[in-house]
Design a protein around this ligand. Structure first.
Ligand code: FAD
Length: 390
């Protein structure tokens, strides 16, 4: 095998690259792949109508018809369930006319019961707004190439980086701002990796496959983007590990005892796997942050910035990108809530409480990051040769 490109500790984390790759490939990736297919984790509740608070004039967001359908279950027209079967691409004016960008919705509201409504100070989503929410089957809507690009996409990323988490100057020692930048950059890398992993290679034959030059141009060429992907992965894994007791005891009830037992058992396997517990027991050390004099103010400032990022997701002009953008930002917000709003299991003497949707987002985000880390590790060291040959 080619020499490893990344060695040593992942910056600001507590595990090294080799360990991350081995626990990911041997333990976490296989468990997560099974877990996200189970009913509890595959339905995500989301408000998909883009209610952009920042650019009301945005061309994409003016199109109310952008969504495939947002009607009650009994009115849900059969052909709309599968955008490939009933709709001609021309009828989907949003997502720049690309059917692959549309969301394939499945309603299964019986899956959702028994969890409390609770606030997350890090995100702007209002989960109680039930009229506006739809359930999406994530298994039918993989994050992949959608054709969303150009000014609209660029504007979102630019605004996130410029306004909310400016790249830190190297001399600045504020770990907290640096961490926020790295989280977003790591998520951005992961999205790019998924685009490269599942790309529309030939529109005329509808053939999909890997686009390695794109993987190289957008991610692997920039070591910092790879490092930030590993950072984000360990950050989210750190949150999952910290909330292990809560997550182990949570209700994974969807009305199907067989599936639900499987869910519980896989969650437990993941949380307490001996290899994870011995090789990387504390993936991220949150105690290092917010310790300075201005800790509390800084936390509020960064919380506000993150809420802005969360609100920006409503401006993403492609429905499937918006779905995954919202899910993954909620997942990051949940990781932030676990690591920073809670002291041990308690926050201001309140026990940690998560919404069902937060837990779904957290594990699906971890799975996406795990897939990205695996693909980057597999292709990372040999890709320059592959690119030269093409
Ligand atoms: P972009 O990826 O748009 O990057 C813009 C600029 O940001 C780059 O020029 C670079 O300066 C900087 N940058 C790039 N990567 C990083 C990084 N990792 N860290 C720091 N800075 C970086 N498209 C799809 O096909 N499928 C999707 O599921 C999808 N989901 C999206 C979700 C969101 C929330 C957003 C905002 C966009 C999504 N897109 C998706 C669009 C996609 O991310 C790109 O914007 C698009 O493919 C155009 O890519 P680009 O080459 O112009 O660079």
């Amino acid at each position: 095998p080619a020499a490893r490109k990344y060695t040593g500790m992942v910056e600001d984390c507590c595990c090294d690259y080799e360990t991350v790759d081995s626990i990911n490939e041997e333990v976490l990736h296989p468990i997560l792949q099974d877990l996200v297919k189970l009913p509890f984790f595959r339905y995500f509740k989301v408000k998909l109508w883009c209610d952009c608070p920042f650019w009301p004039d945005d061309g994409m967001c003016r199109l109310r018809d952008c969504s495939v359908c947002e009607c009650p279950e009994n009115e849900f027209p059969e052909p709309f369930k599968n955008p490939y079967s009933g709709l001609s691409p021309d009828s989907m004016i949003c997502q720049e006319g690309k059917p692959q960008a549309a969301v394939d919705k499945t309603l299964d509201s019986k899956v959702f019961k028994g969890w409390v409504e609770t606030d997350n100070p890090w995100t702007s989503d209002d989960e109680t707004d039930n009229n506006e929410m739809t359930y999406v089957n994530l298994q039918l809507n993989p994050e992949r190439y959608t054709g969303y690009t150009g000014d609209s996409a660029r504007r979102i990323w630019d605004s996130i980086y410029k306004e909310n988490c400016p790249k830190y100057p190297s001399e600045e020692l504020c770990h907290e701002k640096k961490a926020l930048y790295k989280l977003i950059s790591g998520l951005h890398s992961s999205i790019s990796v998924h685009i490269a992993y599942d790309y529309l290679l030939d529109e005329s034959t509808n053939s999909w496959g890997q686009n390695l030059p794109l993987l190289y141009d957008r991610v692997l060429k920039y070591p910092e983007r790879v490092q930030n992907l590993y950072f984000t992965y360990l950050f989210v894994l750190g949150a999952v590990t910290k909330a292990a007791d809560y997550l182990e005891q949570a209700e994974y009830n969807t009305g199907n005892p067989e599936d639900d037992l499987k869910t519980q058992s896989l969650v437990k396997q993941l949380l307490y796997h001996p290899k994870l517990r011995s090789a990387c027991p504390k993936p991220f050390d949150e105690a290092k942050l917010w310790q300075g004099e201005n800790g509390p103010e800084l936390k509020q400032e960064i919380q506000k910035q993150f809420r802005n990022i969360s609100a920006t997701m409503d401006c993403v002009g492609c429905e499937k990108c918006r779905l995954w953008g919202k899910l993954q930002v909620l997942g990051l917000g949940t990781a932030l809530k676990i690591l920073f709003s809670v002291d041990g299991d308690y926050h201001l003497n309140q026990p940690l409480q998560l919404q069902r949707n937060e837990v779904i987002a957290l594990f699906n985000l971890l799975n996406r990051l795990s897939e990205s880390v695996k693909f980057v590790h597999e292709k990372g060291s040999s890709i320059e040769e592959v690119i030269k040959e093409q």
